[in-house]
Write a protein that binds this ligand. Structure first.
Ligand SMILES: Cc1ncc(COP(=O)(O)O)c(C=O)c1O
Length: 436
């Protein structure tokens, strides 16, 4: 670890960093509980973030004072509910610097947002001779919809390969482009499995040179990095509320208005129509054309409170804090016998560290850590093509957020020493450290 990184960890431990994680933790009621008699070291924020009291209070306050259905009633309460719901849309717009709230579609999740684009754009625009390009690094939710829509439409599906440390092999792009007309490029901004930060702006430029659209999965990026959809140069971007301290059940699709205008609806039903006759139906204006039925009203309002919460802390400070923790974790894990870390060096990754312990199944590792009160993820992380590429069935994954403190990484390391004691893994020189 560089002197600067070491100083950052020390500052974090002393509570002198830009972001005071010790203080912020007090906002999260979950940390008042003990698990297996120990304080909770929640190192699984990539799966879902914990919720601060400010968000929980906003949800309750909305239901207690302002709740009914939206866009329907003319009475005062209905107007208030609609105003709060649409206010949240404006907060999302500002959060990702979209040009207009017409481009912000509320969905159930990032998964639904990505399916919306794959179905509504893909089925009308793809056919034989077209190429749909995703990456080997995608979460299944930005992989399977494109694979399946390619199959249905007769297009060809081609993932961009990754190298042994999980970084995209962009030198494969020319060969891919020779295989057909590239129509879609789909990539996550941050990999949920390895934490790799992907060169999305570069890919978007390439996609546009090919005449393709660029679809960005920002589920692991939006909670931790400033998103500017106009600067990224993409055409669609998706994320979920629950990974940024908001409630489950609501996600966001941002799309360029001119593309959304030309797309068919994804779901049919109430609210998304302008006029319905026995013979024909015409569609509502943006974004309502894509919001059939009752939307996740309270959830969207509380997502707005989560955005306020993150913005007040400072999204850059959050990213910096996680970066410090990641560098610290890589340093500490290098000293644990039998531990191999997957993925790029700290400089090119977000707050996610995937690893395995030689000869011990990831589920056993996670279970022993659980008895120590340390919660990590074990599995394929919804990235089976990536696991195949790395030659493993599963990994362990520790992931961080604004409430993660260095002491929890210390507890992770202590727990891994216990795993080694339990399974008799001895120190073998040269077997720890980052592996490609
Ligand atoms: C990179 C990435 N994309 C998409 C998703 C899907 O998000 P959701 O389950 O909220 O739809 C996840 C969830 O883990 C993710 O990590």
């Amino acid at each position: 670890m560089s002197d600067r990184a070491a100083a950052a960890v020390e500052a974090a431990i002393a509570g002198e960093a830009k972001l005071d994680a010790h203080k912020l933790r007090r906002d999260f009621p979950i940390f008042q509980q003990r698990f297996h008699g120990k304080p909770l070291a929640y190192l699984d924020s990539a799966v879902s973030a914990q919720k601060p009291r400010q968000v929980l209070d906003a949800l309750r306050e909305f239901y207690e004072t302002s709740y009914t259905n939206v866009h329907r009633g003319v009475y005062l309460l209905a107007e208030r509910a609609t105003e709060r719901f649409e206010g949240s849309r404006e907060q999302v717009r500002a959060f990702i610097n979209a040009a207009s709230t017409r481009e912000i579609v509320f969905t159930r999740s990032a998964t639904e947002a990505l399916n919306l684009v794959a179905y509504a754009w893909g089925l009308d625009n793809l056919g034989p001779g077209d190429l749909v390009v995703a990456t080997e690094l995608e979460h299944h939710s930005n992989f399977v919809p494109w694979q399946q829509i390619a199959k249905r439409s007769g297009a060809t599906f081609r993932p961009i390969p990754v190298d042994g440390s999980g970084e995209l092999q962009l030198d494969a792009l020319d060969a891919i482009a020779k295989q057909g007309r590239v129509k879609v490029v789909a990539n996550n901004l941050v990999s949920n499995a390895l934490g790799t930060i992907n060169p999305v702006e570069q890919l978007a430029a390439w996609a546009h040179q090919q005449g393709a659209i660029m679809v960005v999965d920002a589920a692991q990026a939006a909670p931790h990095r400033r998103i500017d959809v106009q600067q990224l140069g993409c055409d669609f971007l998706a994320f979920s509320s629950h990974k940024l301290c908001g409630p489950t059940g609501v996600g966001v699709l941002w799309g360029r208005a001119e593309l959304l205008e030309r797309m068919s609806p994804f779901n049919f039903g109430g609210e998304m129509i302008r006029k319905v006759t026995v013979e024909e139906t015409s569609w509502n204006e943006l974004p309502y054309k894509f919001e059939a039925g009752t939307p996740p009203i309270g959830e969207a309002v509380a997502m707005g409170a989560a955005i306020d919460y993150l913005t007040a802390i400072g999204i850059e400070a959050i990213g910096e804090h996680e970066h410090t923790l990641t560098a610290y974790t890589l340093e500490r894990l290098a000293d644990v016998p039998g531990v191999h870390v997957f993925g790029p060096p700290a400089g090119r990754r977000a707050g996610i560290v995937s690893f395995d312990v030689k000869g011990v199944h990831p589920h056993d590792v996670a279970q022993i850590l659980d008895f120590e009160g340390v919660a990590i993820r074990a599995g394929h992380h919804c990235c089976q093509p990536l696991m195949t590429r790395l030659g493993v069935a599963a990994t362990n994954r520790a992931s961080f957020y604004l409430y993660t403190i260095p002491e929890e990484i210390g507890r992770l390391v202590e727990g891994l020493h216990k795993v080694n004691t339990t399974f008799g893994v001895g120190r073998v020189r040269g077997e720890s450290g980052v592996r490609g």
